[in-house]
Every structure is written in C-alpha cells, then in structure tokens.
Design a binder for this molecule. Structure first.
Ligand code: CO
Length: 603
C-alpha cells in the first residue's frame, strides 16, 4: 500500500497562489480532508509563516491550532528549514529548540526537516529537538543533479539520517526534475541498503515527467507520495491527488482512499481556485522540460528573467541560464532551493550585468565562508579568492555555522517586552525572534491584510487584479494611460507597481517603476532628485536602500561602503570609487531605487 502526503494547504498554494490561501478558506473543508486517512497533511512551514504576518494579517500559530482542532485524525506536518526554521538565515540552537517545542505544542505532529546544502550537521539540532518533543521526524534531502549528487550519495546520506533517529525519509525534488530512472534507483538503493523507515517522494510537475517518476518510485517501493488536490496541482505544483489515487486503484499499491470523497474535496477547491483568480500566473501552469537541462526551478527562472528586464538587460536569457549553471558549479554544486537558490541566481545576474564577480552580495561571501554549511563539492579556489580576497583561507569556518551564534531567546523576549502594545506570549516572542521587523509590525496590530476572504474575488480595478492582468496583457498599462485623464490617476494605489515574483515558490515583492507619467511608489510628494550631477553615485540595481552609511560633509575614501541595498532579498554594498567628500545624499533608508537612480554626490 502506498500512502499520500497531502500538500493542498501548504506547498500547492505556495507554488500556484503565492502562498496567499487564508485560514478561513481552509477550515470549511478540513473535516472532509480529515476523513481521507492521509499519511500526513502539510499545513505549515515554508512561506506559510512569513506570508500570513506580512500580507494576510493572520497569525500562523492561530492557523495551526485551528487546523489541528479541525483535523484531529490526520497528522499535521510542517516543512522546517533546519537552522533557518521558516526564514532564510541561521538561528542559534536555543531558538530552534524553543521553536520545535512551540510548534509541537500548537499542533504540529510531523516535522519535515531539510537543509539546502544537505549538511547533516545543520539537521542534528532540529531533529533531536523535534524528537524530544514527541514529534515524528521526517528527514529530508534536497534533490539535485551534479557529479557529486549520485544515487550513492543519496543512499549513503539517507542511511545516515535513519541512524540519526529519523522516523521517515523524504526526497525533496523542489525543482520537479527527478526522472523515472533516478527516482527508481534512489528508492531501490535506499531499500536495498536495509533502511527500514518509510520513504516519501516530494516532487513538482515542472519537467512534465513527474507522473512517470511517481510510477517508478512506486515500483521501487516508495511508501509515501506527495500530491495536491487537483485544482491546485500540475505545473509548478505537485501531481494531482485524485489522479494518483485512481492510478493505483486495484493494484497492490492501492491507497485505499475514497475517490468519491476526494472528488467532493476537489469541488471545494475549484471554487477556491476561482475565488483567488487574481493570483493566477500563466507561468506557474506551464510545463518546462528545460529544467532537466539547466536545473533551475521554474519559479526561480521567471524571477531571474523578471529581474533582468527590471535592470534593463533584455535578451540576456540564455546568458543567465549558462551563467547560473557555471556559478553553481564554481560554488560546489549547491542544490537550488531556498536560500542557496538566491545566492546562485543573484550572483549569476550580477555576473552577467556587471562582469564576473565584480559585484558580490554579502550572501555570496557568507556562502563561501561556510556560513550556510558545507557545500556538496569544493568551491573553486580562484572564485574563493575573487569573493573573499587573498586571505580567504582565514575566513572559512570549519564548524557548524550555528556554533558561532549566541543564544537569542532571552534577548528577544526582553526586547519585545519594551513594546507595551504587544501581548507577551512565547508564540509572539518566537514570531518576533524569527521576523524582527515584519513580526513586530504584525504583533503591534499594524499589519494590513492585502485582502480578506469576503472581498474575493477581487474587482477588476483592484491593484492586485491589475498586476495579474498586466502580466498576461502587458499592453494594459498603455491602455490605462490613454483612457484615464491624469487627474484620475490618483497615485500608486491604482497603478500596478507592486508585483509578486517567486523563487521556488517563495513570493517576493518587487516594486516596478511604470514607464511614463506616473508617480513612483515611495517617491511621494517630495521633489524628484536630480537625474545627473557631477560626481554622482548611481545605483547599479533595482532594490531598497537598507542603510545609508555616510552623511553630507563626510570625507570618504576609495573602497568605503557608502550604502547597502537590498535586491532580491540579498544585501549588497555600494562602494566608493574615488576619494572625496559627500556633497549630497539623495536617498534615505527604505527608499526604493532602480538601476541608474542617483544616490549621492561625491566630489
Ligand atoms: Co515543494
């Protein structure tokens, strides 16, 4: 018998609906889902912590409590990024342990734990903590293809994870590129190696061969398959639950699930799909077999293309693909999953736009230092020198990255206590510890929901609907310009300036500056800065100013850091190229800038 891990309440809408499914749209179907008898139900983790506090004004803790109550018979599962928990950077052990305790207490039963680099050292603490709380640990390896990621590599590491106390195992094929043969060989290999615990295959339909890979996995003895109820399946999401259940009916692998009940659940999600139509993206539905060649997850690819267009570098698509593959090889073949997908992808974009390793984000430096963990293969020494300088050897760490971190729980707790508009509970402290800025805003009641369930489907003139229309009909913006007199264009609210792009299913907010006549989001009523001045320092990318490190009148030297900018969730330094004095600063922290914008004047 094969069992199903159901993704409809987490990965499915993260892949297809920018993780925006609201709790009130999950609860009405929970009772029916609970009757199926699933192996487990994915309800938490990934981006479902970040997105609710950022965009939905919903408490993720409240969601897990309510879902657990509504589905008492089904194990609730979360996707946990080892030392990154549900964020994109490392946390100290005390936070990770406390998180596991709180997650279990609030309703998580199964913990799917993975590390982007498959560095088992990063998985030890969360695995042990989850077990101590009585959780089921599903230890997971990120799937990728490279000279080091052989069948043997997976068999060896899965065997090791069983020894480390895992209750089950999972192949996490986030890019949806596993072939039938590889799926078969890995699962057969694991079984032949004498591994006793169940193994699960998680994949996405991106390559078009996932259905075949699932069949091969079944034949090799897979115990669990990851699927999603059909209206939010296929494309960059997982294979459809009903189809897989039907395909196995009457075979020795029959799930035994009630197909009629599943079809009733399908009807509910057809309505949900329609209700959230403003989030539909053609790209998410497309089959993309090229993933098997370049190995870049579909969402990451569309994001890279989008970024390139933003930076005014049209027509560099192929170059970016080639460069991504090259950077990945130079950096020791990391699997392209959050957060390593950003490190590789953004470095590739920078290389194409500014010359190879001329612009190096902080995250690339951290990666090379070993701050994400041990890369699967050795990093090219020439690249190490370019990224970290000639003393690179002194900067590389040998220990588990979190060993360098100080405990943080008590510190965060007392920080939060200084805000008397926040209720102090362990869950709130954790939300704040994981997302200090966004979390605090949410806890203070200052977060705003983009929309509530009652407002759906959103009207045509809503900015989110316009964003969707603009993607399918780029000419829509021009039409708007022509048909609306200037006085009716009442500012950014009606203009599709904010877009969602995705990197392996993680939504990213990107601000776009429309061509012609509009107010620019963030520019407000203030006077526009000059376009060009003598000694002008310009931004070489689109992003948000994180910090301005100099003031008017400061003396600066070549190489000094003038400001830092966040682009694609990465931190970049803007360095001074001359010796001189800061005559003027045209931007402030939090300002959105685009490539070519004047930042300051140095003479
Ligand atoms: Co996935």
């Amino acid at each position: 018998m094969v069992q199903i891990h159901e993704l409809i309440l987490r990965d499915a809408h993260q892949s297809m609906l920018a993780t925006r499914l609201r709790t009130e749209d999950m609860l009405p179907i929970a009772e029916k889902l609970d009757e199926i008898g699933y192996f487990s139900m994915e309800v938490w983790g990934g981006a479902t912590f970040d997105v609710p506090i950022r965009y939905l004004n919903q408490d993720p803790w409240e969601r897990i409590r309510e879902l657990k109550k509504a589905m008492p018979n089904t194990p609730m599962q979360m996707l946990e990024r080892a030392m990154n928990i549900v964020a994109y950077w490392n946390f100290p052990d005390d936070i990770v342990k406390k998180f596991m305790y709180l997650a279990k207490k609030n309703g998580v039963d199964y913990f799917r734990i993975f590390d982007a680099l498959n560095d088992l050292r990063n998985m030890k603490v969360p695995m042990k903590a989850a077990k101590e709380e009585g959780g089921h640990v599903q230890a997971c390896l990120s799937y990728t293809i490279s000279p080091v990621h052989t069948v043997d590599y997976y068999v060896k590491n899965f065997s090791q994870l069983e020894k480390m106390g895992a209750d089950s195992l999972c192949i996490k094929d986030m890019a949806g590129m596993i072939s039938p043969k590889r799926a078969y060989n890995i699962i057969k290999g694991v079984k032949d190696a004498g591994v006793k615990i169940p193994i699960d295959l998680h994949s996405h339909c991106t390559s078009g061969m996932t259905g075949m890979a699932y069949q091969s996995a079944v034949e090799a003895g897979v115990d669990v398959l990851d699927t999603a109820i059909s209206p939010i399946s296929g494309g960059t999401a997982a294979p459809p639950t009903e189809s897989i259940v039907a395909a196995l009916q009457g075979t020795k692998w029959d799930t035994g699930y009630d197909l009629e009940k599943l079809i009733e659940i399908r009807k509910y999600f057809l309505k949900i799909w329609d209700k959230y139509r403003h989030l539909h993206r053609f790209n998410a539905l497309k089959v993309d077999p090229s993933v098997t060649l370049h190995q870049i997850p579909g969402g990451m690819l569309s994001n890279l293309i989008f970024q390139l267009e933003e930076q005014g570098a049209h027509g560099k698509y192929q170059e970016i693909l080639d460069e991504t593959a090259r950077v990945r090889k130079e950096l020791g073949y990391p699997p392209l999953v959050t957060p390593t997908s950003q490190v590789v992808g953004v470095q590739a974009v920078m290389n194409v736009l500014h010359g190879r390793y001329k612009v190096i984000p902080k995250e690339t430096k951290d990666y090379c230092k070993g701050m994400y963990g041990r890369p699967p293969a050795e990093i090219d020494k020439k690249i190490m020198k370019k990224v970290l300088g000639s003393n690179w050897k002194d900067q590389v760490i040998d220990c588990r990255p979190a060993d360098l971190l100080e405990p943080m729980w008590e510190k965060r707790k007392s920080e939060l206590k200084s805000h008397d508009d926040v209720k102090i509970t362990d869950e709130n402290v954790m939300t704040y510890a994981i997302y200090p800025q966004v979390g605090l805003k949410f806890l203070q009641g200052k977060a705003q929901a983009e929309f509530t369930s009652d407002e759906l489907p959103l009207p045509m003139d809503h900015k989110l609907t316009r964003g969707m229309v603009k993607q399918s009909f780029p000419e829509a913006d021009d039409m708007y310009l022509e048909t609306e007199p200037p006085e009716k264009r009442s500012g950014p609210a009606q203009i599709p300036t904010d877009f969602e792009v995705e990197v392996d299913g993680e939504p990213y907010e990107v601000k776009v500056t429309p061509q012609g006549g509009f107010l620019v989001a963030g520019a407000g009523d203030e006077a526009d800065p000059p376009k060009d001045v003598e000694g002008g320092i310009k931004s070489n990318m689109q992003g948000t100013i994180l910090k301005v490190k100099v003031n008017k009148g400061d003396k600066v030297k070549k190489g000094d850091v003038l400001a830092t900018i966040e682009a694609m969730k990465m931190e970049q330094e803007i360095n001074c190229e001359v010796d001189g004095e800061v005559k003027d600063v045209f931007v402030g922290e939090g300002d959105a800038v685009k490539s070519g914008d004047l930042l300051m004047q140095i003479l």
